[in-house]
Design a protein around this ligand. Structure first.
Ligand SMILES: Cc1cc2nc3c(=O)[nH]c(=O)nc-3n(C[C@H](O)[C@H](O)[C@H](O)COP(=O)(O)O)c2cc1C
Length: 191
């Protein structure tokens, strides 16, 4: 079974990116993945600063890093904030990128060589596309292999039905193909 973590860059009650993440989980599981849902509300992560890290590596940052390290792939959903990823998500990514336990400075044990998929949901007609471009760049920098498929859901307030499924068949098929490819690539990279 392929182990995939799913993390959303929002902890807002009623978050569209959490809805998208939950919809993605259904597709990942249908392709045989063992999914770990990462709710960032359950991680106490201070805003990253070297001074904080030098004093004490936060327990929840280590927990997040270890959780990611145990996966073969990670699916990220993020809101777009002023054309970029949410600071909540960037901060979490940054903490889990840091070396621990005597690792070299760019060990990137949580990420290096693993598969990633990226998605966003936004109220705007562009679906958070600009944020996705930045997220792709960030994940490539930390040595993840980001699959070419991606999904940007526009007009997010109208995009989901009462069961949290995407209404639009094209978006549903993009969600399905992204999930399928992530599982396939994650398995291939760790095989
Ligand atoms: C500080 C801030 C900046 C935002 N900037 C953008 C933006 O650049 N593009 C966009 O499409 N939506 C932007 N939004 C609106 C978000 O897409 C919207 O709040 C979305 O619902 C957030 O995702 P969530 O539902 O998962 O919490 C912004 C929202 C906030 C709070």
């Amino acid at each position: 079974m392929v182990r995939i973590a799913v993390v959303a860059g929002s902890v807002r009650s009623g978050s569209f990116n959490v809805m998208l993440a939950r919809a993605a989980i259904r597709h990942l599981e249908a392709h045989g993945a063992t999914v770990t849902w990462v709710d960032l509300a359950h991680f106490d992560l201070p805003l990253y600063a070297t001074a904080i890290e030098a004093e004490r590596f936060p327990a929840d940052a280590l927990r997040l890093k270890q959780l990611f390290a145990g996966q073969q792939g990670i699916l990220f959903t993020s809101p777009e904030y002023n054309g970029s990823v949410s600071p909540l998500l960037k901060n979490a990514i940054d903490w889990a990128s840091r070396p621990t336990d005597g690792e070299g400075p760019v060990a990137l044990t949580a990420y290096r060589g693993k598969a990633a998929a990226i998605m966003s949901a936004s109220l705007s007609p562009f679906g958070g596309l600009r944020g996705l471009m930045q997220l792709r760049q960030i994940l490539t920098t930390i040595q993840m292999l980001v699959i070419p498929d991606q999904l940007a859901v526009p007009n997010a307030h109208q995009a989901f039905d009462n069961e949290g499924r995407l209404r639009d068949p094209l978006q549903t098929s993009l969600l399905e193909s992204s999930a399928a490819r992530l599982v396939k690539v994650a398995a291939a990279l760790s095989g």
